[in-house]
Design a protein around this ligand. Structure first.
Ligand code: SF4
Length: 258
């Protein structure tokens, strides 16, 4: 329990990240706030309700994993930086060429910036992203002997890496749960499911860390992201096809059985 409280506090300390600002900008365009109708859920955070949500997700998305293609912690770090304001599918089209040209952090650290920009151009914000991935490459080479570090504190020191990226790398590659990945899908669905009322990703993460069992922090994000892509769409959620429908009282619902 102490470990969990410490982890939640740590999220608060790094709240003002540029990555968080990006997610907030996306959240502001989502049709999730304020709710059109008050939720009918009497105790939205009741442990049995949260457990039922997680169980339904596990049944629907068994073995859900990160959709970004990667073969190492370094590749996952780069892919996650590139995925800001971009689809995973688009990132997956770019990374094979990128890692063929620059297979190691050392290669990327020595790359020509204009060339790097050209390779990742289609992921958007390519100038900033090029600087971030090259800066991260240099830091990994100079400070960590070419190996991606395994702690939140160290990862947050890398250029372009904020909590979301660090949580993705720690959770998906190292299987270390120190937080919950909050992207646009996790934010939207966690609000619709009334697991949080916040819109700031850092505060949403803290809320989720309080209600979701620590052993489910990594999987929750993977499953919710799948659900957000396939069923609980931003503009028109497919509630009639949703395995969480009986548990959901969102004002955004397009169909309801109850
Ligand atoms: S019932 Fe609709 S709004 Fe609720 S989680 Fe399912 S798809 Fe999303």
């Amino acid at each position: 329990m102490k470990k969990r409280a410490r982890a939640i506090k740590a999220v608060r300390r790094v709240g003002a990240s540029p990555e968080g600002a990006g997610a907030r900008a996306i959240a502001a365009t989502e049709p999730v706030a304020p709710k059109k109708k008050p939720g009918k859920t009497k105790r939205p955070l009741a442990p049995e309700r949260v457990a039922a949500i997680v169980e339904a997700l596990e049944r629907t998305y068994p073995g859900a994993v990160c959709a970004l293609h990667h073969r190492s912690a370094w590749e996952l770090t780069v892919a996650t930086i590139l995925s800001a304001q971009c689809t995973d599918a688009r990132v997956n089209l770019v990374t094979p060429t990128l890692f063929k040209l620059y297979p190691t952090p050392k290669d990327m650290a020595a790359a020509s910036l204009p060339e790097l920009e050209e390779v990742i151009r289609t992921t958007g914000f390519f100038r900033n992203k090029s600087k971030s991935i090259q800066g991260a490459a240099r830091a990994v080479v100079e400070r960590y002997g070419g190996e991606v570090p395994r702690t939140m504190e160290e990862l947050l020191e890398l250029p372009g890496v904020a909590r979301k990226t660090a949580n993705v790398v720690l959770g998906s590659w190292f299987a270390i749960a120190v937080g919950v990945v909050v992207d646009t899908h996790v934010l939207r669905l966690s609000r619709r499911l009334e697991l949080t009322k916040k819109t700031d990703p850092v505060k949403v993460e803290q809320d989720l860390m309080r209600v979701i069992p620590e052993t489910k922090w990594i999987d929750y994000s993977h499953m919710i992201i799948q659900h957000g892509r396939q069923i609980c769409l931003a503009r028109k959620p497919r509630c009639a096809d949703c395995t969480l429908e009986t548990l959901c009282n969102s004002g955004d619902k397009t169909w309801s059985s109850h």
